[in-house]
Design a protein around this ligand. Sequence first.
Ligand code: SAH
Length: 356
Amino acid sequence: MVEKRDILSLSLEEIQQAVQEWGQPHYRAQQILQWLHRGVKSFDDMTDLPKALRELLAERFYIVKLQMLDKRTSSAGDATKYLFLLQDRNIIESVVMRYKYGNSLCLSTQVGCRMGCKFCASTIGGLVRNLSAGEMLAQVIEVNDDLEKVGERRVGNVVLMGIGEPLDNYDNTVKFIKMIHYPMGLNMSYRRITLSTCGLVPRMMDLAEEGLPITLSISLHAPNDELRKLIMPVASAYSIDDILKASRYYFKKTGRRVTFEYALISDLNDREKDAIELARRLKGFPCHVNIIPLNNVRGLAYKRSSQAAVERFVSVLKSQGIAVTKRRELGLDIEGACGQLRRSYLERVEARQDER
Ligand code: SAH
């Protein structure tokens, strides 16, 4: 017996190939994909397909499912965090952030992460495995279903900023991005998609070659390599100069300015001289800086900067003509920072196992 494949991970071309092999007309692939991306959970519900085709599909494929384990909304109502169980019992999380302009979904691209950033909860247990394109898509579909149930707007923006390093799972991530852009599916404009990376330079160059006009966001968090190496092991592989070169190339290829993320950590990277050095490096560069006050993570040593230090940092950048915004903080009381809810769930499970 052939092993069944997850059909949600297939591109339109791959579905077309399958239906063609079965002697079915081309347009069937579009119908199938439309049902799938709309969130249908069973081939039997694809009512405009001939019964024989539905049976063939069910013999060869399955539709990947996520089970909602937990859902928490912040007291301010501005963020909802979902904890999902995958079919192999791994756990991931996705967060809806509610902005004036619509709902943004922050989703996971891996189970765990192997980048080892010292301030990040996702990295604590290392990388377990990559998510498939279908598992990324399923996060959007499940959240859309849930939002629709309560009459809320569907997901309007997608940010790849949840658990994992998207460029460390390059092929699946790019496939997913192309899939949510399908006009017969979710029809999401590339401009509404943001990919965040810790700066895997060769993959940033590959992404530039794809020419997709998505926003590339780079987690910089330090004005020089020396400081960056203290908190981000990836800094030993790629220098800030390399990152800037790749960012400029990305801008040239896509016309999109990159964003630099900078999480302020008390007395580490939030000093006035850090702001001055950062401004000097980025002056005239086609970019935007996004300041994030660090979310304190239980068990990790770093602490967030004081409000005064945040204000000082922002005003130095502004005075140097750098385009800078402070990220609005959402969902602090639901362990909003990436990987935190999964981490605390795993800790609870481990504690229960210890008790036995
Ligand atoms: N691996 C990718 C995407 C996931 S992390 C990346 O590194 O960009 C998404 C963003 O959250 C990154 O900018 C990351 O550095 C930041 N982040 C991680 N832990 C954080 C914390 N405790 N507080 C604030 N930001 C954090």
